[in-house]
Design a protein around this ligand. Structure first.
Ligand SMILES: CC(C)(COP(=O)(O)OP(=O)(O)OC[C@H]1O[C@@H](n2cnc3c(N)ncnc32)[C@H](O)[C@@H]1OP(=O)(O)O)[C@@H](O)C(=O)NCCC(=O)NCCS
Length: 151
């Protein structure tokens, strides 16, 4: 079950992040996973939007007036391709819309085919390129989607 995260969930979110970003291409891009402190700080900021699922998924976003930003999404390898990433993203998009955001943006690595496919299916479109965005100086695609306020 996906639950709304608060600063007290920082350790659990960091544990999922570590499992996903400690090895492989994602780790190479980011340098190292975000620690508990990073999550505690970000979850305490105005507009923070965090979600966590005990089967091993998490998402962190932020709503800033009419724009929301997806900061990170991660599902542990054992829990992938069961719809959890899509469910986390859909919940974040509807909560961001309810909070007044009209658009959501995110960056994704140019070689991250799984995440790109997830975002495309959720309605994101390519709006720009950020060169040398990641720690290893690889590029990111800037994607955006319109958010529809619930009636
Ligand atoms: C991207 C990520 C969050 C997807 O999580 P997930 O729970 O496996 O995603 P879902 O099962 O909800 O997949 C939803 C759709 O996304 C697409 N998708 C997801 N993984 C995919 C893959 N490996 N290859 C191709 N398409 C993929 C598919 O269209 C999928 O729908 P389908 O299963 O009906 O075909 C997960 O792979 C992950 O944590 N990756 C590492 C971290 C990361 O890259 N985060 C994003 C940084 S920008």
């Amino acid at each position: 079950m996906i639950l709304r995260a608060c600063p007290a969930d920082a350790a659990a979110m960091a544990a999922i992040h570590a499992q996903v970003f400690a090895a492989g291409a994602e780790a190479a891009a980011w340098g190292r996973p975000w620690g508990e402190d990073s999550f505690a700080i970000q979850l305490g900021l105005p507009g923070a939007l965090g979600f966590i699922d005990s089967s091993g998924g998490m998402l962190l976003a932020r709503v800033l007036g009419p724009e929301a930003e997806l900061l990170t999404i991660a599902v542990i390898p054992e829990a992938r391709r069961r719809g959890l990433g899509a469910a986390l993203l859909s919940l974040a998009m509807s909560e961001a819309a309810s909070a007044g955001a009209e658009r959501i943006v995110l960056e994704v690595g140019t070689t991250n085919e799984a995440a790109f496919a997830l975002y495309k299916k959720a309605g994101f479109a390519l709006v720009g390129l950020r060169r040398a965005y990641y720690a290893d100086r690889s590029d990111a695609l800037l994607l955006a989607a319109r958010l529809l306020r619930q009636a």
